[in-house]
Design a protein around this ligand. Sequence first.
Ligand code: EPZ
Length: 453
Amino acid sequence: MWCRSLDNLKAISSPHSLVDQPPSKKAEQSILEVWGGRPLQGKVAISGAKNSALVLMAGALLASESCRLRNVPSLADIQSMAKILETLGVKIQQDQDILDLDPTHITKSNAPYELVSKLRASFFAIGPLLARMGVAKVPLPGGCAIGARPVEIHVRGLKQLGAEVYIEHGVVHAYASRLKGAKIYLDYPSVGATETLMMAATLAEGETILENAAQEPEVADLADFCCSMGAHIAGAGTKTITISGVSKLHGTDYSIVPDRIEAGTFLMAAAITHSDILLSPVVPEHLTAVIAKLKSIGFQLTPDAHRGLRIQSKGVHVGTEIETLPYPGFPTDMQALFMALLTLSEGNSVVTETVFENRFGHVPELVRMGADIRIKGNVAVIQGVPFLSGAPITGTDLRATAALTVAALAAQGKTSIAGLQHLDRGYANFEQKLRGLGARVERVQTPISSYQS
Ligand code: EPZ
């Protein structure tokens, strides 16, 4: 199939096209209507990892030749990141889940505020731009619904690599004729900071050692991607990563790992509806904590030979304790999703969120559906209830909205969920995949005034 330029795709899917609609259109919003109580069956295809695709797109800035990314998920965030890279001079073509990025003629080193403010992940451009161009001006990403999301660990690490870095008018300015390898201890195993510093170090002079680094699978995927471009990286996926700088990186053709959080989301959908479904492709090792928890509360999980994972319910599931931690601990991105399941467990559960300071936005909405949850600081105590009731609810962030959808699949009656702009950032064809498993979900347009959540 011939490559369609991104412009064609943007014309089809650009969120901005809504702005050009007649006034009547702007007064509407998309709502997901979910009729609960239906078991799921069959197989669901898991897309490429959002949190890998976004950073690998930024990583392509490091190369002096074109890069091809495969298994790229169809998400609003991917389109936003592509738009930001295009403003920097990267030429991008997309054909289904294949993205071709040509960074050979980067013209600018400053990412525009109006785009960066819409996509925090665009801050990932600062490391590659600085390493490749010797200069980078990237607006501070700012906070979001789940927390302040500061970037001081990124900034401190870039300074340790020899860059002059200062913040002025909300923009991070970074300069370095050539970065110099350094030994950097991260105060917290920040995923983004590990990725920023690892990318910057690939083109630095000499050796860089990142200690207390993040171990998430997306960090390892980024390292494999950079190595496929000729970078010298060892230890990615462990707490200590060693990077030996090279003078330039060549192009590559690289396939992104499956999305472990999307897989976890469908595991929750199956578990809460007592269903037997097969997910594929899945890397079970990327979901060790989630799989262990599901088994401990009464579910059967079976990997199969073809990168599949089967989940079966054995009837009742019991409550448990969860504490979110950096990988390989229980992932914070699965906290809201697992809590939705625990609202219907037999007995008590306790969920402690240690990674982000404000990641219980889903709790009031679950309570509206009849869940019994009490919050004290970063701890939520859940008393299992016999059933949830459908209600009009609103998602506050990406994983909260997914968790509410999971809860709605088990609730009695119909649930109407607003906040789908969050869902579209991180789940490709979400309702189509749910319908493919037998769920009854519909995305409808409704006047904003008529929707009371
Ligand atoms: C990545 O965010 C993911 N996003 C998040 O996924 C994920 O929740 C998070 O890692 C943790 O696993 C992408 O990869 C695009 P962090 P990131 O830096 O890199 C604090 C989703 O739902 N911190 O590991 O921003 C920070 O405030 C999203 O897909 C500092 O204090 O996460 C937070 O409390 C949500 N200073 C904690 O560390 C810093 O300089 C973890 O943040 C950097 C981080």
